[in-house]
Design a protein around this ligand. Sequence first.
Ligand code: BES
Ligand code: ZN
Length: 622
Amino acid sequence: MYMKNTIFLILTSILALTSCQENKQTQPAEENAKTYLQEPHSYAQPNDAVITHLDLDINVDFKSQVISGTATYDIENNGSNKIILDSKYLEIESVTQNGETTDFKLGGFDESLGQPLTVAIKEDTKQIAITYSTTAKTEALQWLTAQQTADKTNPFLFTQGQAILTRTWIPIQDSPQVRITYEATVKVPQELMAVMSAENPKEKNENGVYHFKMEQPIPAYLIALAIGDIEYKAISNRTGVYAEKSMLDKVQEEFSDMEKMVVAAENLYGDYDWEQFDVIVLPPSFPFGGMENPRLTFATPTVIAGDKSLTSLVAHELAHSWSGNLVTNATWNDFWLNEGFTVYFEIRIMEALYGKDRANMLALIGRQDLEDELEALKESPNDTKLKLDLKGRNPDDGMNSIAYDKGYLFLRTLEEKVGRENMDAFLKSYFKKNAFSTTNTEDFITYLNENLLDKNNITFNTEEWIYQPGIPANAAVIESDAFSNVEKTLEEFLKTNRIDVTKTENWTPQEWVHFVRNFPKDISVEQMQQLDNTFDFTHSTNSYITMVWYEQSILNGYHGNNVDAKIAEFLNTVGRRWYVTTLFSAFAKAERIEEAKEIYKTARGNYHSVTANTVDEMLGMD
Ligand code: BES
Ligand code: ZN
């Protein structure tokens, strides 16, 4: 009897797997079932069979640097004999469907997409379970030694899922269109605490086993895990911070306006739907400024400046709770819907809290980033369109300032055309209509026409903004008196070699950044030296100011005040991709590539894969 069943199971599984290739995409049977768009960055065919819930049961072994365990999924089968998941660099041990062993197959490997994992299922399959482990090649995970943390006593681990890296630590349908709820049981070394993009513990527990629940459905790229010797401090009853002990008080102080930010955001575009909003400050190798993991934003320690000057990052990640996490880009070609809307929303939150001057400074810094990006992309104008075509490319290729700053400029221009009141009512309804769902560029345009433009008899060159390269002529003009004064002060200095420090006394870090960034190409080493002697940029405690100062130092061959050692030290500790690539690209522009490679030799080991991959490419390493 047992034998017979097994043979039957093997036979049906083989049949299922051999018919995979020819199997066309079937349409959902139910009237109002969701139809998923074909997309270039996932092997999943969610119209055939889709995961709806994940129950993760894993052990995290710091010694071998391996996560292993079982991922159990609830699925909805639309009459298919297989379900396809994404996987990359994973070792799959066994798979079951409805509790019985079933066949699975790992397909051909693609450098950015990984491999399709095809699992044989039956008509009535409700659940599949995959027992697996991660490997040394995993790209989402960064395992840190104690030395790479702030407190230097315990190791640390964090994940980075966006855009398509979650598949390197969990087999998953890794498409932004597929939303799941999840639970997890995570076993970690006793002295560490685990937190996820879910309901989180606020204290360590004795056995090192943590349970998590995420009841709002989210796409796979927002599943996140961090493990370290961390502690929690509340800011309000729904906001707070996690950090290593030596950072905790500073972090709480820096982010003490978080509750106010949530209130401002809610006043703009509707209720915060995720209950809790916490931020965890990670070790300095974290590759991004921030990552909007729901309920728990991941952040770089480089924004802890001591004066709240870089907290627009928190406003940005908070804004993603609406644009991105609640209303998600359907494919990575629509990435601007996530980031452009978020920058717009971020700047509106900053305006609500700190006023128009601060908001316009932020907007102008972004405007200059946009000009720099247009210059960098002048050989590939198609990449300066908001709507991208990333088929056959890694979605990372589209993750530049266009989505952010051209996206922002489009929305700001639109706001100026339709008026703020109309704009806000429109955005509020857009978030409400698409909540816990995805949208793409075309649906957005339709919604915009129907609910804002046609309704108010307004014509606007939306299509040009979205489908054409470059910046349309009607772009909003952003002005800041503060920045105009900075420019005047700089001009005067360049003319006279004298600087009136009383004029700079109350400058904010944004003004300093603007000052340093706008040095002309022919600024002399003597002038750099004079400025450094006056303002000590080389030793500024604000990471943004030092970053732009180091960039100028590299570009202009300035070597005073031991700046070269500071640059090397910075690149050996900070792994934030934007900072790191700015500096390495300055070395390349200055034809100082050998120096860059020398620094990179030791620095690379400190970088997360997303930073290392970008720098590898930049410096022409294999
Ligand atoms: N979601 C992004 C980070 C991201 C983008 C990760 C694409 C992977 C792929 C995040 O919200 C972000 O935009 N971070 C910015 C900060 C910001 C204030 C513009 C960053 O990391 O610099
Ligand atoms: Zn963002």
